[in-house]
Design a protein around this ligand. Structure first.
Ligand SMILES: Cc1ncc(COP(=O)(O)O)c(C=O)c1O
Length: 377
């Protein structure tokens, strides 16, 4: 059991894996720089630890969704460029400037708010986001030149970059839509240049595009999920495997033998087929283990073997069916995500069973689970 907490469950974060993944992205995407996306507390891994490891691995930029997330990085002493991926609220622009974050802008109101916060100060570098077809946030391509000119005319602002976001870069069958988006982006960049505007750094790629669409890399690739060791697309030939950085671990809290036919957990939906050792594990849906995982064949690793989750995952605990005469006892290590011996369970395995994506699994590991940061030389 870990010495610094009573709870025998934890998420282990492997910083060497983060560095390996970022180094791989840096090497393969060069001459584009890598921006490590560390929003949502580093996809559940811990933003500050990931940010530091990513910078060591060669990332030149960091990106977050919220002003608060950027300020938290600054408070921790992280001084690399930090891009805000959405336009900050007007009331937050002063804090954005004070923390030297790089806001993304895409409305005239946003440009005005940034200009008001910046006036009289050292220039505030901003990036302009254009909506080329994702239709979440971003300026209409037809408005890009006017917005860029407004930024250029504001004494306190400097246009440091122009970017877009791709909607289907992870869907092999949708390459033509990605090409359409990139074509619209190229057209906007052409319009800006024709109007005498320097668009600054150009960027469009998320992990999927950085891996598979060379023409999307421009000056910077904004990679999230690949930094954490998961690829949303088949890895291109020649890429070394990415290394999942998070493992979710626990210890058996109770093990007891139950007779064939006994039913386990709420609803009594799981019946033991044989006499079995049933192990209780102190992790539940309040920790981010989806309640439904048991109903879709979810497993855990105990003693180097796969053990089906027996019955409904409860809020704080789940049970594993270890089979007849299993040599399993209280205190044994349980792996929910990660490796044990030669076996591995990944967030992609859970996501496949649950019809979701690894992102949601990783971000869903709740704050209640202590993060234990590990490093390997
Ligand atoms: C604007 C933007 N860029 C980049 C990313 C990183 O995406 P991925 O984790 O697929 O690399 C995200 C994440 O959702 C995003 O919202």
């Amino acid at each position: 059991m870990r010495g610094d907490a009573w709870r025998a469950s934890w998420a282990e974060i492997d910083l060497a894996a983060i560095r390996h993944n970022v180094r791989t992205l840096v090497e393969r995407c060069t001459p584009a720089d890598v921006c490590a996306v560390v929003k949502a507390d580093g996809y559940g891994h811990g933003a500050v630890a990931v940010a530091r490891a990513a910078l060591k691995g060669g990332a030149a930029w960091l990106a977050v969704a919220l002003v608060e997330e950027g300020i938290a990085l600054r408070h921790a002493g992280v001084d690399a460029p930090v891009l805000l991926l959405a336009e900050p609220p007007a009331a937050a622009m002063g804090a954005v400037r004070a923390a030297a974050l790089t806001p993304t802008l895409y409305t005239t109101a946003g440009v005005a708010a940034a200009a008001a916060a910046a006036s009289g100060q050292a220039p505030l570098t901003v990036h302009l986001k254009v909506d080329t077809g994702m239709h979440r946030v971003g300026a209409d391509p037809a408005d890009a030149v006017a917005l860029a000119q407004a930024i250029g005319e504001a004494p306190g602002l400097r246009l440091g970059g122009t970017w877009t976001h791709l909607a289907v870069a992870d869907e092999a069958g949708q390459a033509s839509y990605t090409a359409t988006q990139l074509g619209r982006f190229d057209a906007v960049v052409g319009d800006l240049r024709a109007a005498g505007v320097d668009p600054g750094l150009l960027h469009a790629a998320n992990s999927a595009a950085a891996l598979t669409v060379a023409s999307s890399r421009f000056d910077l690739v904004r990679c999230g999920i690949a930094v954490y060791g998961y690829s949303p697309v088949a890895l291109p030939d020649g890429w070394p495997p990415l290394q999942p950085a998070l493992s979710l671990r626990s210890r058996v809290s109770l093990a007891r033998s139950l007779a064939a036919g006994e039913r386990v957990s709420y609803g009594l939906r799981y019946a033991l087929k044989t006499d079995s050792v049933v192990a209780t594990v102190p992790l539940g849906y309040a920790d981010g283990v989806p309640r439904r995982l048991s109903a879709v064949g979810g497993e855990v690793l105990i003693g180097g073997r796969r053990r089906p989750i027996a019955g409904t995952v409860t809020m704080d605990q789940l049970m594993a069916d270890c089979g007849p005469e299993a040599d399993v006892a209280a205190g044994d290590e349980v792996v929910l995500l990660g490796r044990q011996g030669d076996k591995e369970i990944t967030a992609d395995d859970w996501a496949g069973r649950l019809d979701t994506i690894a992102y949601e699994i990783l971000c869903g590991i709740s704050k209640r689970v202590p993060r234990v940061v590990r490093d390997r030389a």
